[in-house]
Design a protein around this ligand. Structure first.
Ligand SMILES: [Zn+2]
Ligand SMILES: [Zn+2]
Ligand SMILES: [Zn+2]
Ligand SMILES: [Zn+2]
Length: 557
């Protein structure tokens, strides 16, 4: 099939539907989309509010719970236990399909009445223990404000995308880590503070693009280093002396942060952070083959336009989860499933379309919400196979006439406002832009201001001077002035790691990490050494020196 250029129905930008895209759409039996990849991503994100959390009462048992749903959400919110229980039956909400009304309108009506679980937690990954403030997460113990993090994590906070992590705070996209702080893409490392693209390293501070380093401070592009300070080799004694004068102090570490930023700019960067990526484009891809325009993907094959997925094959436009998913399209948080179209939170299912929170052995569903163990249902109503196929065919024809078969339900029916959800972290919009693009906007995001009991300038500079009483204080972020507090595990962590008390709230620290991760956009640039064309997340006007893979490897290793 020949590639086709189109103009996005939302943003009017030209985009290309590639021959590979057409091949996939044909395999799925859907139409090519009307929207560009970025607009499709934005439309999916309003089904993924990871970190904007509210407190509310379970509408069934009255227990107070943390939830991703703002009080404006009209559907009931149940605590996760009530929602997963047999105390209610989603089939009681079944609606007769009305041939004279638009399908999306009817599905939207069902979405407004069916109870939803307070937070998203994957059944398949396992239960979260003592981790109420987590979302889109499973199998975590003692996790606090952690998102999109699953399996074997313990004592973690303020992080996203963690796996096999212990005693680690403020991390983004990391696995196999212990005692890591302010890490972005840190793998198999222990006691690393302020690390970006770090592998197999120990007892270090401020590392960028380093591997196998022990006792290094302020180093870039170092392999197998020991006792290096800002890329200078020191004796063990000299190194330990210099480091001991810095660590634990807020002022000294802030100075080092600034010095490191400047220092790092003098070194070349790899065009991307992909590892064992065959015939693929994107960033932060590990062990993938034939993946295009993908970000933060591990173990993927034949994927396009996908973000934050693991162990996924033959899928387009996926957001999150993805484990053992095949032939899924434009879906959010789906795993252990096959042939899923435009759906949210599907586990253990096949041939599911336009359905939300359906799991535990489900198949042949269209427009269903909250069902378990179900087959041949439309708008939660049970049909015989023949009748099911007839009505489904009608819905598909209707969506095809709109050019929308294969694309997510329009954002006006979404659970979340644009600025509550992860789109705002990755492709931020102003309120005016978001509304113009058809998204909801939430003016009252949860925050408190002006309640501080301790000002930043009165926080002791050195962690050794901080008393336990700080746990009772309310602090104010020096960046956004929002109030924030420390949790006991956090104070213990700072003390053990010789880290000062941060003067920024966790949200500002979180957003700053995403900025430093780089945009989810691939730019054309040329290698600063050999001038070969490269594809990179560093925009052409960025000050970094970017090398193609072969020039980088030749110089650094
Ligand atoms: Zn667009
Ligand atoms: Zn409950
Ligand atoms: Zn802040
Ligand atoms: Zn080059």
């Amino acid at each position: 099939m020949t590639p086709e250029s189109k103009n996005c129905k939302t943003c009017a930008q030209a985009f290309t539907i590639t021959a590979k895209d057409f091949e996939f759409y044909e395999k799925m039996g859907v139409q090519a989309p009307l929207f560009c990849p970025d607009c499709r991503f934005k439309r999916r994100t309003v089904w993924r509010n990871e970190k904007t959390l509210y407190r509310r009462k379970c509408a069934l048992c009255d227990k107070s719970v943390i939830t991703m749903y703002h009080e404006r959400a009209v559907h009931p919110v149940y605590c996760n236990d009530c929602w997963a229980s047999d105390k209610w039956d989603p089939r009681e909400y079944a609606m007769d399909f009305d041939f004279n009304r638009p399908f999306f309108e009817q599905l939207g009506q069902l979405l407004r009445v069916i109870p939803q679980s307070a937070t998203y937690s994957s059944n398949a990954a396992g239960p979260n223990i003592n981790s109420e403030y987590t979302n889109f997460a499973g199998a975590n113990k003692d996790a606090y404000l952690c998102f999109n993090s699953s399996i074997n994590n313990e004592n973690i906070a303020y992080s996203r995308g963690l796996m096999n992590a212990r005693d680690s705070f403020d991390c983004y996209y990391a696995s196999g880590i212990e005692r890591v702080y302010e890490g972005i893409n840190v793998q198999k490392s222990n006691s690393v503070r302020f690390g970006h693209n770090v592998v197999d390293s120990l007892d270090s501070w401020f590392l960028m693009n380093c591997s196998n380093c022990t006792n290094c401070f302020g180093c870039v592009n170092v392999r197998n280093g020991q006792y290096q300070f800002f890329n200078e080799q020191l004796s063990k004694e000299e190194y330990l002396n210099r480091v001991s004068e810095i660590v634990g102090s807020y002022q000294r570490l802030e100075e080092m942060k600034e010095r490191f930023k400047t220092h790092a700019l003098a070194f070349p960067r790899r065009e991307n952070q992909n590892l064992k990526a065959v015939n693929s484009t994107g960033n932060y891809l590990t062990e993938v083959k034939d993946c295009h325009q993908c970000f933060e993907v591990e173990d993927g094959e034949n994927l396009s336009y996908s973000f934050s997925t693991k162990i996924t094959k033959d899928c387009w436009d996926m957001l999150g989860h993805g484990r053992k998913a095949e032939l899924a399209l434009d879906s959010v948080g789906v795993g252990y499933c096959q042939r899923i179209i435009a759906s949210w939170w599907v586990e253990n299912g096949q041939n599911i379309e336009y359905s939300f929170a359906v799991r535990s052995s489900v198949s042949e569903l269209i427009g269903c919400v909250g069902l378990k163990n179900a087959k041949y249902c439309i708008l939660n109503k049970q049909y015989e196979e023949e009748e099911y196929r007839k009505i489904r065919e009608h819905i598909v024809r209707e969506l095809e006439d709109l050019g929308l078969y294969g694309s997510m339900i329009p954002p006006k029916y979404a659970f979340f406002a644009y600025n509550e959800a992860i789109g705002q972290d990755n492709l931020p919009l102003s309120k005016e832009q978001a509304v113009a693009e058809g998204f909801m906007w939430e003016d009252n995001l949860p925050e408190t201001k002006g309640k501080e009991t301790l000002l930043a300038e009165h926080i002791p500079d050195h962690i050794s001077e901080v008393k336990d009483s700080i746990l009772h204080e309310t602090l104010a972020c020096i960046q956004c002035s929002r109030n924030y507090r420390l949790i006991p595990a956090e104070l213990t962590f700072y003390r053990n790691m010789l880290l000062p008390i941060p003067h920024n709230c966790w949200q500002c620290r979180f957003t700053d990490r995403i900025k430093r991760r780089g945009p989810m956009t691939i730019f054309d640039r040329t290698c600063a050494k050999c001038s070969k064309p490269i594809k990179t997340s560093y925009a052409p006007d960025r000050p970094e020196i970017v090398y193609c893979e072969s020039c980088y490897q030749a110089e650094v290793i």
